[in-house]
Design a protein around this ligand. Structure first.
Ligand code: MN
Ligand code: MN
Length: 296
């Protein structure tokens, strides 16, 4: 498949999964069921997982993924971010939406979405990343909220979710130029005005990636081989691996990969003042004079 066609196909799948599953998020629903539902749908629609489906509740801005035995339920009056990653032949679509279960917080969702709309209208070849960030910041502030300034959008490359260059969510000093053909995920986060607007590292996320290959034996060796074949350079969930290697042998092998630093875990990213966080995200291909949104 041509790269553009693969990017578009991944985008269509990701958008469909996002829109279907975000509507099913209600108080009392199991977070594990939301993750599994999204990932089953991605597979059914012919996509691969670019990263585990994130379900981030309230002040968790990013990187919460259900472990295999998760009993967490969606609470009442929550803001729940659903962040979906799909790849087709390695070409990635990354998109997110926020389920708002408290009407008094809907302005945060609208602010994040307005920031995303402003970025999409602004981005084009030759513009600076900081100009896109300024447009996002202005749109969020116009709705009585503020952006999280240490989370950014990011360039997407084949089999690489964070390919170096960023799209900031605030005006600033990132003056790198956007180029035609670049593929970016743009993802503003909005918090109330009295929040810090910063995330810090929280508990482990249950999202992992390969660090390096050491000499391994037995189940750990088989597990590492499986991860490399299945996920390459993409992040993966412990849940996926432990379902393929069930029982105590799988748990021990996974622990061995972690302890020997063959794999590492990402932290959850939590708003420092524990403020409520809303997110909106689309993936775009930068085209002459503007962009094409693949996840619309
Ligand atoms: Mn995302
Ligand atoms: Mn992203």
């Amino acid at each position: 498949m041509e790269p553009l066609d693969a990017l578009r196909k991944a985008g269509v799948i990701a958008a469909k999964v996002r829109d279907t599953v975000v509507q099913e998020i209600e108080p009392g629903v199991k977070v594990l069921d939301i993750c599994d539902r999204a990932e089953d749908l991605i597979r059914e629609l012919g996509g691969g997982m670019a990263f585990p489906t994130n379900v981030d509740i309230n002040s968790v801005a990013a990187h919460y993924v259900s472990p295999v035995d998760d009993v967490t339920l969606v609470p009442e009056r929550a803001l729940v971010k659903l962040d979906v990653g799909v790849h087709v032949e390695g070409y990635i679509a990354d998109t997110a939406a926020t389920a708002c279960l408290d009407p008094s917080l809907s302005y945060l969702v609208e602010a994040a979405e307005a920031g995303l709309d402003a970025a999409i209208k602004t981005i084009r070849p030759g513009i600076r990343a900081s100009d896109v960030g300024a447009a996002i910041e202005q749109a969020i502030k116009a709705r009585g909220a503020k952006p999280i300034r240490n989370l950014t959008g990011h360039k997407l490359a084949r089999y690489v979710v964070h390919a170096g260059a960023s799209i900031p969510n605030v005006a600033g000093h990132d003056h790198h130029l956007i180029q035609e053909g670049d593929v970016y995920a743009i993802e503003p986060f909005a918090v109330p005005n009295d929040a810090d607007g910063l995330v810090t590292d929280g508990p482990p996320s249950n999202i992992y990636r390969i660090l390096k290959k050491h000499s391994l034996k037995g189940a750990a060796k088989r597990m590492m081989k499986h991860i490399q074949a299945e996920h390459r350079t993409l992040p993966f969930a412990s849940r996926w691996v432990l379902r393929r290697f069930p029982g105590q042998e799988g748990v021990s092998a996974f622990r061995e990969l972690l302890d020997s630093k063959c794999i590492m875990s990402y932290p959850q990213l939590v708003e420092r003042t524990r403020a409520m966080v809303a997110q909106a995200e689309h993936s775009v291909i930068v085209m002459d004079g503007g962009c094409e949104v693949t996840t619309a």
